[in-house]
Design a protein around this ligand. Structure first.
Ligand SMILES: [Zn+2]
Length: 219
């Protein structure tokens, strides 16, 4: 569903399965953030098409981090649609090390695709728009959050959710780093829509600010 001009949000709501929320940023360069699990891709594909978008037009896949519930379907988009998969450089390194173990732990095949683009913190040019990438370690070592100041949108992956924060008890987790990351995000100006990696979107500047305040209980 469209949640802001050029921004589409696909929340995952089934209590039976774990999958992440997915997001598309439309425009001359169409980006899919967090494609989710492979076996759930047909559901997401249908929703994307129902919104009048064509998955064939997706050029770049940004994984906020390398957990399988966020990135497993990336290889379908790479092999079947020609999209480029991307991760932060630090997360790509993690995926080549202990991060890879999440796949067999979850009974999944190791990823067969390739990370065709390494992302670094700072501006990310997408056609006619500029997003800002923030390295937000804590849930994983190289988690990325995306801020699009013009649209007042913040995409947080598993760093912060509605009234909750990402878990830090998995390999690569670091609670103190997570609190620093969340503090940094809370200082960003002009966020009126926060799209987390799980759970509902947080709409309105006041609600976003209240949510940052509420999660201080986890610090
Ligand atoms: Zn995660």
């Amino acid at each position: 569903m469209q949640v802001a001009p050029l921004v589409y949000f696909y929340p995952f709501t089934s209590p039976q399965e774990n999958n992440c929320n997915s997001i598309i940023i439309d425009g001359p360069e169409k980006v899919l953030i967090d494609p989710g699990h492979k076996h759930l891709w047909p559901n997401l594909k249908r929703q994307i098409e129902e919104d009048g978008l064509n998955p064939q037009d997706l050029t770049l896949i940004i994984h906020t981090h390398c957990h399988p519930d966020h990135m497993e379907a990336g290889e379908i988009l790479e092999f079947d649609y020609g999209a480029i998969q991307s991760l932060s450089s630090i997360e790509a390194e993690f995926l080549n090390g202990p991060g890879r173990d999440f796949f067999p732990w979850m009974g999944l095949d190791n990823p067969k695709g390739s990370i065709g683009r390494l992302l670094t913190p700072g501006p990310l040019l997408l056609g006619d728009k500029t997003l800002q990438l923030y390295l937000c370690p804590g849930h994983t070592p190289g988690s990325l959050c995306l801020h699009w100041p013009e649209a007042k949108v913040l995409i947080t992956g598993d760093v912060i959710f509605g009234r909750s924060v990402g878990r830090t008890d998995f390999p690569g987790g670091d609670h103190s780093a997570l609190t620093t990351s969340i503090q940094k995000l809370s200082e960003l100006p002009k966020v009126e829509l926060l799209l987390p990696g799980h759970g509902p979107a947080i709409l309105g500047a006041e609600q976003v600010a209240a949510n940052f305040k509420a999660v201080h209980a986890y610090f």
